[in-house]
Write a protein that binds this ligand. Structure first.
Ligand code: MD3
Ligand code: FE
Length: 211
């Protein structure tokens, strides 16, 4: 049987589960393929009018969107004008299991944002603060090419640490780190056996539900 996964404490409330998603990566990828066939990856505008370099889609009761009007969660995909695809039981179950392994029992995500990075795509420092209940953690899953994850403190001017995230890594962000500034450095060229020159990141959230 596989060894139990070593959990690494990154910070107060934040745990890295290296390789948590590796054994079933094929199923993770198949679920995202199916979801993006219904609600495709697309580039969104930020309120200032610029385009994000990361393409996004969502599944679950709520999807995170950005446009000239700001950032928010929407029950409807603005591209298809339909509800987002339901969150597959496999994804919800894996996210719940990862949160549980990190000490957060009862995690019930109602939103999963999927980010697609191609070479050069990046995500600037920001905080995730569009959710109703900051007591709930966020579970993030990395697939495909690795990246440099940037993570600072609770203030924008706090020093930024760098962390290499690889295919299959899962990070659970809760407690005081839930509102930390974070971002992703520009994706470097590369070829991953399963995802080619892309990195996919899934972040599971409780957008509206109370934890
Ligand atoms: C730390 N995504 O979608 S996941 C995002 O890799 C986002 O695509 C990045 O930041 C990505 O909002 C980073 C890691 C992550 C997600 C949420 C966090 C780290 C976090 C919330 C609080 C603190
Ligand atoms: Fe974020």
């Amino acid at each position: 049987p596989p060894e139990p996964l070593p959990a690494e404490i990154l910070d107060d409330g934040a745990l890295l589960l290296r390789g948590f998603a590796t054994a079933q990566a094929g199923q993770w990828i198949a679920e995202v393929q199916a979801l993006q066939a219904a609600s495709p990856f697309r580039i969104m505008q930020v309120p200032g009018g610029k385009s994000m370099s990361v393409a996004v889609t969502s599944c679950g009761d709520w999807g995170w969107i950005s446009d000239a009007g700001g950032y928010r969660y929407s029950a409807v995909d603005p591209l298809t004008r339909q509800p987002w695809p339901a969150m597959p039981a496999f994804l919800a179950g894996q996210a719940r299991a990862a949160a549980h392994a990190a000490g957060y029992a009862g995690f019930a995500p109602d939103a999963c944002l999927v980010n697609r990075y191609r070479p050069g795509a990046r995500m600037g420092l920001h905080r995730d603060q569009d959710e109703a209940d900051f007591a709930a953690p966020i579970v993030s899953v990395s697939l495909g090419l690795g990246c440099t994850f940037l993570w600072g403190g609770l203030r924008r001017q706090d020093p930024v640490r760098r962390l290499a995230l690889a295919h299959g890594d899962v990070v659970v962000w809760g407690g005081p780190t839930r509102l930390a500034y974070h971002g992703v450095g520009p994706l470097r060229d590369g070829l991953h056996p399963l995802l080619g020159s892309e990195r996919w990141n899934l972040t599971f959230r409780m957008a509206k539900a109370r934890y």
